[in-house]
Design a protein around this ligand. Sequence first.
Ligand code: AMP
Length: 397
Amino acid sequence: MFYLENQDLSNKRVIIRVDLNVPLDKNSKVTDTTRIEACKVTVNTVIELGGSCVLISHLGRPKGKEKKLSLKNIVDTVSIIMGRPVLFHEDCIGIDAEKATSVLKPGEIILMENLRFYDNEIEGDMTFAESLSKLGDVYVNDAFGTSHREHASTALIAKFFKGKKFAGKLLQKELEVINEIAEKGKKPVLAILGGAKVSSKLKILYNLIQKVDKIIIGGGMAYTFIKAKGGNIGNSLFEEELLTNAKEILKIAKESGKEIVLPDDTIASTDFDNNDQIKTFKSGEIEDGWMGLDIGSSSIEKFNQTILSSNTVFWNGPMGVFEKEQFSKGTTSICISLKQAKENGVNVIVGGGDSIAALKKLGNKEWVTYISTGGGALLESLEGKTLPGVKALSNDY
Ligand code: AMP
């Protein structure tokens, strides 16, 4: 395979595509170091294997060379986290950039300027990819979060490193976790999917229904399924054009002995913004004029039992409009059940911004088995796709 284990990198300059797209405050100071910390293992591994590190990354969506999106702003923070000095070069391609990397000694690290200062990066320009390839002898992709993009630094550059390209430790871990959800997890495997729309998770539903044992569907997504089963959903979120798909997914589940677990009850209001009136309905019995905005207590109990009777659980997406206190209980309850499940030895994997935000709201999230660093990349992987940045690491590419 294309992993770093047992590779001899002595005296090799290793270009590592990392994801240092960290949030900055108005003074361009890093406000969350999670992504920097996430690439430390790969940097340390490359150094232990005898190499030096040429870090390449994007930061934000600059229009040209915007100073506030220069990676120079974060170099000190990267140094502190890596526990050794990190050099910086004010460009990512060109003769001077090549000179700066050519003198690197084993154990040294250099961070190159923001890749997106060149439009060629996201345009997927092969000449730009070739220029980048001149920065080192070996290529490592560790930027899982951008591997679903066919950008110069994530996919194209790998063409220039036949037999000399590897997945970084973070990318490796993410691929292993996806494999656990969709292929090899200890059964029963449960996926909990929530969020607003079925449309954004339709391909995942079709893929996962074949791979996992059970799927809990919550949030706004659930109502199209409840309607597909003949229920009344009042004014709740509904995607009419997906009714046929919802029926088909329910049929596939039934025929293949899989379980789709839907909410039994819902907390509804007459208006999305003005929530003066709140009432609980049984699922499928929501009166006209009311919209479901969270799961009710009976669903919470049912989902809790489903979680506790599984051995691998993946969660993505809120159970309701969790941003509002009065509709956050369903989502919070999932976090509480997951924590209990983890204590019982269940493998708990969480992905997606909203789910991570909900975990954070409850405080400590360290107890989760794994939190994915990828948003779109994770979802596309769960659709069953091989990401361009991963495909590019195979030597047929
Ligand atoms: P997504 O980006 O598809 O994961 O959706 C996340 C959004 O779904 C959050 O902002 C929630 O407020 C929203 N959401 C969850 N449940 C509902 C619901 N029942 N009705 C409307 N929006 C919802």
